[in-house]
Design a binder for this molecule. Structure first.
Ligand code: GLC
Length: 705
C-alpha cells in the first residue's frame, strides 16, 4: 500500500485530509500525464471499472459520463446532470491497473470519465490549486480502507438513529406530530424519529420555535421521548435579515457573515426572503453558530438535519434586479424566439447561479477568498460547526446529524441524506447504486428520502423502496409539500400491513445492521459494498449489493415486476423474507437464477460460511431488549460472526470493544459452538439455525452467563 501526494498551486487549507503526507515530486506522478490544458490524463484499459464520486447520478460504475464536483441545489436528479448536492472527489480505477485518486480541492473539479474520449479519463481543476493523492493497493477493499486512513474515520450516530424516521415538509404543529404518533401506534408500526421541517420555526428563522404552533416545546419533546420518539429539527444555512432577531444582529455586529465586494454582509434570498450566510469557513463563526444549537439541545433535542447548505440561493438582490430590468425592457416589445428565451432564462436560471457564487467572499485564515473557489467546503463547515459544538455542549453524548451538502471530510462529523429525489422508480434504482460509492467516500450514515421527495408516490413504489431502505443506516420516509402523503398508514390495509412488516423486519435486523455499521466505522471499512469488493474475480453487478459481512441483497426497483434475475458468486442461502418471524430458507447454487419476488417479499442472501444475527422488533430502538438472539449460519465447515453492541448513546466505543465472537465449527456430524465475550452484554441466549451446504439443518441453543 502507498499514498503519494502531489501539490499544484497554492491549496487553501481545507482540513479534509487528516494524515500529513509529504509532497512528492510532480514529475513522478504515476499513471497520469498532464496535458497542455493542465488536465490530468489517464488512458483507460478496456474493461476497467471506475468506482467513486459518492453522491452523484448514474451507476456504480461511473465510466462513460462527465461529472462535476460543485455542490448544487439540484432538485431534478436526471441522468443528464453532472452534479447534485455533494462534492466527493474520490475514485478508484479497477482492472488491469488498480489505484485510487483523490483531489483535495475546495472548488470545482471536473471528472471526464471516458465521456469525451471513451478510453481516457481527464480530471480538470479549473482553479488549478489542489492536492492530488494517488493510492496504490492490491484490492478495492484495501484502497478504500487506505483512503479512509487519509481522510479519517466515519461518523457514528446514536443507536436510535438506526430506527425508522417519519418526515414531511408540511408538518405544521404539535397536533400534526401527535396525529402521526397516534397513527403509528394505532397500526403498531415502530417509530424512532419525526423530522421537523422549516415550519416549526418562527418565519423560517434558525434557532427559533413557533410559539403558536409548537408552544411548550420542551415538555412536548420530553413527552414524545418517553414514548421512544425523538424530534429532529432542520437548520438552514441562511440567517433571516430581521431587526431584533438575535442571530442576525449578533452576526452583523461580530462580522460573522460572508461579505460582498464592498465588505458589507452579502444578501441572498432563501425561505425567509433575504438572508445572510454565516461564514462557516471562519473558525470564530463556526464556534458562534455551533453554540446556537444549544437552545434546541436544552429543549431535549438530540438530532438535527442541516439543509440548504450548498448554499442554495433562490436569488440575490443583483440577480433579481437584472432579471426584472430585463422584463421591464421587454414590456410592449415583440420578442422573437431568442429574446424571449433570453428573458425566460433570466428567471429560470436565477437560482443557484454561478454569478451569485462569485459575488461573495469568505475570511479564510485572514484572507478574503471568493466563494466559488471554496464553494464545496461550505456545507461541510456548517456541519462541522454543529458537530464541534455538540462535543462541547454534551461531550460524552452522540448526536444524530445529517446534512444535505457535503464534501469528503464531513463524513467524520455527520451523515447525509441524498436530497430531493422524486417518487420515481429510477430514483430508487439510483439510490441503490449510490450507496456503495457513498461508502467508499466515507459516508456510511446515509439514505434517501424513502418513497421519494417530489412527485406523487404509489403504494408499490413505497413498499419496494422501504424494502431497500430497511438496510440503509438512515431510514427516513420524507416527502415534499404538495405531493401525495406517504406516511405508511395513508394507504390501504394490505399496503399498511406490508410496510409494517418491512419496518418490523428493520428493527429485527438492528443487531446485524448496527454491528456491521459499527465494525465498518471502527475499521474504516464499508457497510455497503459492490460485489466485486469481496468477490474479486467477478464482474461488477450494478443492482446487487453486499450489506455488511454476511448479506447480499438484490432489491426490486421496477414497477409491476414479479421477480428478477440474480447472480450468485457462490452458493448462498436465499430468504425471500416477508416477516423475519418466518424463516423460509433455501440454498441456491453459484450462478444465475430467476427469483420470484412478490410485493410482500424482500429477497436476501446469506453468504457462505457467514452468519446473520437477528433480534425481535419493538416499538422503537430504546425498547429492543435483544436478550435472546437468533443466528442463521450457512456453512461448509466453519463460520464465524462478530456481534458488536454497546450502550448506543455514549462515546465509550472509542475505548472498548463490545464484541461477542461466535465460532461455529463442524466436528464429525455435529457443530461445535464457541462464544467469546470481550465485555458484558445483555444477551442471555442465542438460538442457532445452522444450515450446511448439503441442506442439513441443525438447531441449537446456547445460554450465556
Ligand atoms: C429542501 C430539502 C427538503 C426540505 C425542504 C424544505 O428542499 O432538501 O428535504 O423538505 O427543503 O425545508
Amino acid at each position: 500500500m502507498s499514498i503519494n501526494r502531489f501539490s499544484f498551486g497554492s491549496v487553501p487549507h481545507t482540513e479534509v485530509v487528516t494524515l500529513n503526507i509529504k509532497k512528492s515530486d510532480n514529475n513522478l506522478i504515476p499513471y497520469f500525464k498532464i496535458n497542455n490544458s493542465n488536465e490530468l490524463i489517464y488512458n483507460l484499459y478496456k474493461d476497467q471499472v471506475i468506482y467513486g464520486l459518492g453522491e452523484n447520478v448514474r451507476g456504480i460504475n461511473k465510466k462513460g459520463w462527465i461529472y462535476e464536483s460543485f455542490c448544487s441545489d439540484e432538485f431534478d436528479h436526471t441522468e443528464d446532470k453532472r452534479s447534485i448536492y455533494s462534492a466527493h472527489n474520490f475514485i478508484i480505477i479497477h482492472g488491469k491497473e488498480t489505484f485510487g485518486v483523490f483531489i483535495d480541492c475546495p472548488g470545482r473539479v471536473i471528472f471526464d470519465l471516458g465521456y469525451t474520449k471513451c478510453d481516457e479519463i481527464s480530471i480538470k481543476v479549473p482553479e488549478n490549486d489542489y492536492d492530488l493523492y494517488i493510492i496504490k493497493g492490491q484490492s478495492l477493499n484495501l484502497i478504500s480502507k487506505e483512503f479512509r486512513k487519509l481522510v479519517g474515520s466515519s461518523y457514528i450516530p446514536p443507536k436510535w438513529a438506526f430506527g425508522y424516521q417519519q418526515s414531511r415538509w408540511g408538518y405544521k404543529s404539535k397536533d400534526d406530530i401527535l396525529d402521526i404518533v397516534k397513527n403509528f401506534k394505532k397500526n403498531n408500526i415502530p417509530l424512532d424519529g419525526i423530522c421537523l421541517d422549516i415550519d416549526y420555526m418562527e418565519s423560517f428563522k434558525d434557532f427559533t420555535i413557533n410559539k403558536d404552533t409548537f408552544g411548550g416545546f420542551k415538555d412536548f419533546v420530553e413527552s414524545l421521548k418517553k414514548e421512544g420518539i425523538r424530534l429532529i429539527p432542520i437548520i438552514d444555512a441562511g440567517v433571516k435579515i430581521e431587526d431584533g432577531y438575535d442571530v442576525y444582529e449578533e452576526g452583523v455586529e461580530k462580522g460573522y457573515f460572508c461579505v460582498d465586494k464592498n465588505n458589507k454582509p452579502f444578501v441572498a434570498a432563501v425561505w425567509p426572503g433575504k438572508v445572510h450566510f454565516p461564514d462557516f469557513l471562519n473558525e470564530e463563526t463556526r464556534k458562534w453558530f455551533g453554540k446556537k444549537y444549544k437552545m434546541l439541545i436544552n429543549n431535549g433535542i438530540e438530532g438535527f438535519w442541516n439543509d440548504m447548505n450548498e448554499p442554495a440561493i433562490f436569488y440575490s438582490e443583483e440577480s433579481l434586479r437584472e432579471a426584472l430590468d430585463k422584463a421591464e425592457k421587454s414590456k410592449g416589445k415583440n420578442l422573437d424566439v431568442y429574446s424571449f428565451f433570453n428573458l425566460k432564462d433570466s428567471f429560470l436560471q436565477i437560482s443557484n447561479n454561478i454569478k451569485d457564487y462569485k459575488r461573495f467572499y469568505h475570511n479564510l485564515d485572514g484572507k478574503l477568498i471568493r466563494h466559488d473557489k471554496v464553494h464545496n467546503i461550505y456545507g461541510y463547515n456548517m456541519t462541522k460547526a454543529a458537530a464541534k459544538a455538540f462535543n462541547v455542549i454534551k461531550p460524552s453524548k452522540r448526536f444524530l446529524l445529517f446534512s444535505r451538502a457535503s464534501c469528503i471530510g464531513m463524513h467524520r462529523y455527520s451523515g447525509i441524506w441524498t436530497g430531493d429525489n422524486k417518487s420515481w422508480w429510477q430514483h430508487l434504482e439510483m439510490n441503490i447504486k449510490m450507496m456503495p460509492n457513498l461508502n467508499i467516500c466515507g459516508f456510511l450514515y446515509s439514505g434517501a428520502d424513502t418513497g421519494g421527495f417530489g412527485s406523487d408516490t404509489t403504494s408499490d413504489l413505497l413498499i419496494r423502496w422501504n424494502q431497500f431502505s430497511m438496510f440503509t443506516p438512515l431510514f427516513r420516509n420524507h416527502s415534499s409539500k404538495g405531493t401525495r402523503q406517504q406516511e405508511p398508514y395513508k394507504f390501504d390495509e394490505d399496503t399498511i400491513d406490508t410496510l409494517k412488516n418491512v419496518i418490523e423486519n428493520r428493527y429485527a435486523f438492528i443487531p446485524y445492521i448496527y454491528s456491521e455499521y459499527m465494525k465498518a466505522a471502527k475499521n474504516d471499512d464499508c457497510y455497503f459494498k459492490a460485489i466485486t469488493f469481496e468477490y474479486e474475480n467477478e464482474d461488477l453487478i450494478e443492482d446487487q449489493l453486499l450489506v455488511g459481512d454476511s448479506l447480499m441483497i438484490a432489491p426490486i426497483y421496477k414497477q409491476n415486476v414479479k421477480g428478477r434475475y440474480v447472480y450468485l458468486p457462490e452458493d448462498m442461502l436465499f430468504w425471500n423474507m416477508e416477516s423475519y418471524k418466518n424463516k423460509k430458507l433455501q440454498i441456491l447454487n453459484k450462478g444465475h437464477h430467476y427469483i420470484n419476488v412478490p410485493l410482500k417479499s424482500t429477497p436476501i442472501f446469506i453468504r457462505k460460511n457467514k452468519a446473520l444475527i437477528l433480534g425481535e422488533h419493538n416499538s422503537c430502538v430504546d425498547k429492543l431488549k435483544n436478550q435472546s438472539l437468533d443466528v442463521i449460519a450457512f456453512m461448509d465447515k466453519e463460520a464465524s460472526y462478530i456481534y458488536y453492541d454497546d450502550d448506543g448513546i455514549t462515546k465509550e466505543y472509542k475505548h472498548k470493544d463490545y464484541e461477542l465472537k461466535i465460532y461455529i465449527k463442524k466436528v464429525e456430524d455435529d457443530y461445535k459452538i464457541d462464544i467469546l465475550q470481550t465485555s458484558d452484554s445483555s444477551i442471555k441466549k442465542i438460538n442457532f439455525n445452522i444450515i450446511d451446504i448439503n441442506s442439513n439443518k441443525i438447531t441449537k441453543q446456547v445460554f450465556l452467563k
